[in-house]
Design a protein around this ligand. Structure first.
Ligand code: ZN
Length: 260
């Protein structure tokens, strides 16, 4: 009898965990900075990690149904073939100025993710903050500054980051400053632990689709029916010849920053 109850209970836990895992994939609560000052507390790295940040590279692409979507770059994130980068390479190689300009739209863009608490809305709990290279540079500089900065994620003795947002759209600018006061993540130890336990698994933001799946998502066709080989002037497709993976990875044809 009691065994049955336990078994049923454990199924419920598994289901709850599956739901949580599912939620952390796409349903994370994303922090949207407001214009002017924001006060953020970055959570320390989860156990086994040394950085509170997960760095990814994303393409913004138009899917066959006309919708816009982001897709992690296989080449930059996983050192594998990336159909979007291959499209960009083709455009860059064409020698045509229009193609050359169009290629910039396909550049992968650096995107960093961190778990944060919005000090102006702590009731929201842990949120994911996605940001670009300029914010990352400033945060790293604060971390390395032994006088006016330091480990701002420290639970007991860290400090908040004052993020100021100026402008809108592509012209948005962010400045990060260290708060003047050191502080605990929370004065309430239970709340601190709750937040620590509720961090999102940020590794999902650097998951890369296998090449075939990414290609199918992008074109609506399977790789077998249409290989993205180079087209010669005669219209014949050359087989795709790839440089070694390590060389590909060093090719950092990326946008420095993105503001969205
Ligand atoms: Zn790519």
């Amino acid at each position: 009898m009691s065994n049955n109850i336990i078994r049923r209970g454990s199924f419920e836990i598994e289901a709850a965990e599956a739901a949580l895992a599912e939620a952390s994939k796409g349903g994370a609560d994303f922090f949207k900075p407001k214009s002017g000052q924001n006060a953020l507390r970055f959570l320390p790295p989860p156990e086994g990690k040394t950085s509170p940040f997960v760095v990814s590279y994303q393409h913004w692409v138009t899917l066959p149904d006309g919708s816009r979507s982001n897709m992690n770059c296989g080449r930059m994130v996983a050192k594998q073939r990336c159909p979007v980068c291959e499209k960009m390479d083709d455009l860059l190689r064409s020698g045509n100025e229009v193609d050359f300009k169009a290629a910039s739209e396909f550049k992968p863009k650096l995107r960093v993710f961190a778990n944060i608490i919005d000090r102006d809305d702590e009731a929201k709990g842990v949120q994911v903050f996605g940001f670009g290279k300029s914010v990352l540079d400033q945060l790293v500089a604060i971390r390395k500054d032994t006088r006016a900065g330091g480990d701002f994620t420290d639970i007991e003795d860290g400090f908040d980051i004052i993020l100021t947002k100026k402008g809108e759209g592509m012209k948005t600018e962010y400045t990060c400053l260290a708060s003047r006061e050191s502080s605990a993540l929370s004065d309430d130890a239970d709340l601190s632990s709750l937040w620590m336990d509720n961090q999102y698994d940020l590794d999902v933001y650097k998951r890369v689709l296998p090449y075939e799946e990414a290609y199918a998502k992008l074109t609506g066709e399977s790789v077998a029916s249409e290989r993205p080989g180079r087209v010669t002037s005669g219209g014949l497709k050359k087989p795709e010849v790839l440089p070694p993976a390590n060389k590909t990875a060093k090719r950092r044809n990326v946008e420095d920053d993105i503001n969205y």
